[in-house]
Ligand binder design. Sequence first.
Ligand code: SAM
Ligand code: SF4
Length: 323
Amino acid sequence: MLDKMGRQIEYLRVSITDRCNLRCVYCMPENGIEQVAHDDILSFDELYRVIKETTNLGIKKVRITGGEPLVRKGIIPFIKRIKDIEGIEEVCLTTNGILLLDYMDQLYEAGLDRINISLDTFNCDKYKSITRRDGLHKVLEAIDLGVKKGFKRIKVNTVIIKELNYEEIEEFVNLVEKYDIDVRFIELMPIGEGKDYTPTSNDEIKEIIKRNRNLYPVYSKKGAGPAKYYKTNGAKGRIGFISAMSHEFCQECNRIRITSEGFLKLCLHSKRGIDLRQLLRSKIDDHELGYIIREAVENKPDRHHFNENSEDQDNRLMSQIGG
Ligand code: SAM
Ligand code: SF4
């Protein structure tokens, strides 16, 4: 489906829960989070209906995210059902990796295509201070097993923050020298808790990598997403840079989002969107639902306004949006 800017919207990110088993300091506060009440979270049937309707409108790729998606019971049959929708080409998952070892086989058998694993440090103590929980070894084992399992691609997403993990940039490069995976540096966005930390620009990260390595750009398919990919000499995998803050890529944006309480978000940063839960529970028919989604998407915001003081800014935490 095309929006008014002529962007082809093909990618839907679905947050299935706002709950999480970690408390990453730049994403969620330790306490005092107002959780969405159980009844206010869309059921898997409701989410399925929305996904099916967006597929009729041209969505081809679905990413399951959260909160931590693996904490929601029933995720495996849900993935299977989405995989079976005609028109869906890929179902992907973004996870912190803590429960991944437990679910790896079932996810693979359900037909999951790709996994993105979020990891910000290789140091146990630092892991505890960043996530406020334990479990680094589980995440590292999950990366190792995921590579062997045969998913289309394993990607590790990392956010480099001056106060937290700045000195570990090269360790992430070591990971793509060891495995044929992608490590992607995602610039910290000033959302929720993220506002309290100092971001590192991807240009700065590139300069640090270049001190000891040859870093060269590699081809990535047009429409393959916002990451720009590079390699270092002899590496098996690639290094990706997602530079939402320093090199805005809104003109190529192909995605929309749905939060766990059923809010259709048209841009990560903007509060514009529609309350699908209310519509779904008001017994709206599929034709009307499709029409309303289509009309909303047509008016997707042109670009984000992170770098400006915008009234349109969404106050949700990243854990409520799904990244
Ligand atoms: N819990 C899952 C995980 O951590 O992969 C999925 C949800 S999490 C919100 C998705 C991604 O958002 C993670 O990779 C996390 O590092 C990233 N993230 C959270 N807050 C962010 C911020 N302020 N700026 C940029 N990325 C952020
Ligand atoms: Fe949870 Fe993911 Fe946010 Fe960390 S980044 S607190 S794992 S939702």
